[in-house]
Design a protein around this ligand. Structure first.
Ligand code: ATP
Length: 622
């Protein structure tokens, strides 16, 4: 095997200690930051114990080195130059070994544990488990937050948990080991020096106790402000079209600037707290070094300690001084990580508002009997939207929900899909309360094309196949043909040179026209072949010609299925079996197109306005 082959195997071996894709049964991750950290630390106990050992060894080797300096000075002071090597070579070789081999081995070991075992695997593991919980959150969760902000919490959360544990087990632990050993060595020289270091350490703890909480609060506020600022940036970029069209007054500047201003103020408070802590640490260190130096020189003048002891004592306290500055940097990082974790658990460790019931059953392919019984829903407010709503849709019936904008049509559809849970009453599918079904099997019953046909930034093929994973190329092309999408798909290409079904469509499908997006969504729905179809403004973006071409296929697809259609363009739904007219979340009329036109109510008014206005009244003419 080649040398690079062997080293590759060693790398892989250590990097494979933590499986980033391992998971636990826990459905909701701990909300409390400490418990969140411990929850993940427990999943990688071995590597963290190793880190604890290497961290301790780093501190011990460091203390040993400074002690050795004193020993060397004393040796050189007392030995004869001519016979130094002959008499003392074993000790000198030992010292060389400590400096060259032992120290390097411990340092490299610590680096391997940290950088190779923990950083890649552990960080990824936290992110993976966080993602798996967050993706289970209901639709409402995503409506209340920014997509970019949620993604950032997962990215930063993973890093912060890893950084926090590494910092505690390696930096802080090696520092503590060094402090304990240094104090012990100094006590051996003169208990008074040990007392000074003990007092210094007490002062150090006081700084942590009294000054760090301010730093901690400031750190938390900074993390909050950073999220807000980041959210505003992402919001502006996500809605770049609206920004370009409406932002002549540079409103977005003001909005983002306001976010940056908040972040800037928070950072200033944080850096003030940092400077205060640094100043306190430096005064404390200065006092400690001066005191130990004075005691050491005094002892030497009294002949009670050797020159080597002074060298060792001063070496140890200078090292403490250096370390303590670096430790404050570490503790500051630790607090920042802790604040980031607290912030992230607010998003990652949330009990989903909609969960499968404990005894939820898998729905079989439905007949399509849908019943809304006394359903109320107000988006968590006191009232309004949908109140005491009753509707029975029989299997195979094709029903349109009609009504003015804001009447509650989409809300009713979303309740049926259980994107939200009803606040009162119940919804039955084939006689079974939809809350008793698993969400996955419930949603498998519906083929949905919505107002905003969301496409993923993947290939057109993958987008259509999203309706039925594992569909063959022939089935995908057939679905696209039935949705009148095949011809335009053949002409699509992307900047990377992929064409046709392999072309990628841009974030949320931005590189396609609205009508093209809708046709891909219709193809996706056709491929899914679900027993209940929900067409929420499914053809609103299509021109009449394309719509007419699709209608035949849509009609064929509707056969034997229950259909719920929502459309403002009444001509597209007038031919359905039954029109249910809604106003302010209530049914005001219910009947066929002809019956409702004859009744002269709200529908007749809407119809008159459209057919007499800008629509030629295709159905009326039929
Ligand atoms: N996520 C939400 N949170 C709070 N209120 C909402 C939410 N979504 C919709 N609403 C409110 O619920 C009411 C019904 O909205 P819905 O979207 O169901 O109406 P619609 O009949 O489908 O309207 P349109 O024809 O314009 O699509 C509206 O007053 C709307 O402001």
């Amino acid at each position: 095997m080649t040398e690079s082959g062997i080293s590759e195997r060693i790398w892989r071996r250590v990097e494979g200690v933590i499986n980033p894709f391992q998971d636990t049964e826990e459905e909701v991750l701990p909300r409390d930051a400490w418990r969140f950290i411990l929850y993940f630390a427990r999943q990688a106990k071995g590597p963290f114990i190793l880190l604890l050992i290497t961290g301790g060894l780093v501190g011990a080797v460091d203390a040993g080195l400074y002690w050795s300096i004193g020993w060397l000075v004393d040796l050189l002071d007392s030995a004869e130059p001519a016979t130094l090597f002959a008499e003392h070579w074993p000790e000198l070789v030992g010292l060389l070994l400590l400096v060259f081999v032992i120290r390097a081995a411990v340092m490299v070991g610590a680096a391997i544990v940290e950088q190779q075992i923990i950083v890649p695997g552990f960080f990824a593991m936290v992110r993976w488990q966080a993602f798996r919980r967050v993706i289970e959150q209901p639709y409402e969760f995503y409506q209340n937050d920014f997509a970019g902000r949620i993604a950032t919490k997962i990215m930063q959360g993973g890093e912060a948990v890893g950084d926090f544990i590494v910092s505690v087990l390696q930096s802080i632990w090696s520092f503590l080991t060094f402090v304990i050993l240094a104090t012990t060595l100094l006590v051996a020289l003169d208990p008074l020096m040990g007392l000074v270091v003990a007092l210094w350490f007490g002062g150090y703890l006081m700084i942590i106790r009294f000054l760090l909480p301010r730093l901690r609060r400031a750190g938390r506020a900074t993390a909050d402000q950073r999220s807000i600022f980041n959210g505003r940036l992402v919001d502006a970029f996500t809605n770049i079209m609206a920004v370009k069209l409406f932002d002549s007054g540079r409103r977005e500047h003001a909005f983002v600037r306001d976010g940056l201003e908040g972040f800037f103020q928070a950072v200033k408070r944080l850096t003030r707290a940092i400077t205060t802590v640094r100043a306190a640490v430096n005064f404390l260190n200065g006092a400690m070094m001066a005191a130990v130096g004075t005691i050491a020189v005094w002892n030497w003048s009294q002949g009670t300690i050797s020159t080597g002891a002074i060298a060792a004592a001063l070496g140890l306290v200078f090292r403490l001084n250096n370390m303590s500055g670096w430790m404050m940097f570490n503790i500051n990082g630790l607090i920042r990580s802790y604040a980031t974790i607290q912030d992230a658990t607010g998003t990652i460790s949330v009990e989903p508002a909609i969960r499968d019931a404990e005894n939820a059953v898998e729905a079989q392919r439905a007949d399509g009997d849908i019943r809304f019984e006394n359903v109320s829903f107000h988006y968590g407010k006191g009232g309004g939207v949908v109140d005491g709503f009753n509707l029975h849709i029989r299997p195979g019936e094709r029903v349109a929900l009609v009504g003015p904008s804001g009447a509650g049509k989409t809300t009713i559809v979303n309740l049926l899909l259980r994107l939200f849970d009803v606040e009162g009453g119940r919804i039955l599918l084939d006689g079974q309360d939809i809350r008793q079904l698993t969400q996955g099997s419930l949603r498998a019953q519906f083929g949905v094309v919505s107002q905003e046909p969301m496409l993923m930034h993947r290939s057109i093929r993958d987008n259509i196949a999203y309706g039925r994973p594992g569909a063959s190329d022939e089935e995908i092309v057939l679905a696209a043909k039935r949705a009148e999408a095949h011809d335009f798909i053949m002409g699509v290409s992307d900047p990377k040179g992929r064409t046709g079904y392999q072309a990628h469509v841009g974030e949320r499908g931005v590189k396609l026209s609205g009508g093209q997006r809708q046709r891909i969504a219709i193809a996706r729905m056709m491929l899914k072949n679900a027993p209940v179809l929900i067409l929420d403004e499914a053809t609103s973006a299509l021109d009449s010609e394309v719509e007419a071409a699709i209608q035949d296929n849509l009609q064929r697809m509707m056969e034997g299925k229950t259909v719920i259609a929502v459309a403002h363009r009444l001509s597209t739904i007038a031919a359905l079996d039954r029109l249910v007219v809604l106003d302010e979340g209530r049914i005001v009329e219910d009947g066929s197109h002809d019956e409702l036109v004859a009744r002269g109510g709200l529908y007749a008014q809407l119809w008159k306005r459209q057919s007499g206005g800008f629509l030629p009244g295709r159905v009326a003419a039929e």
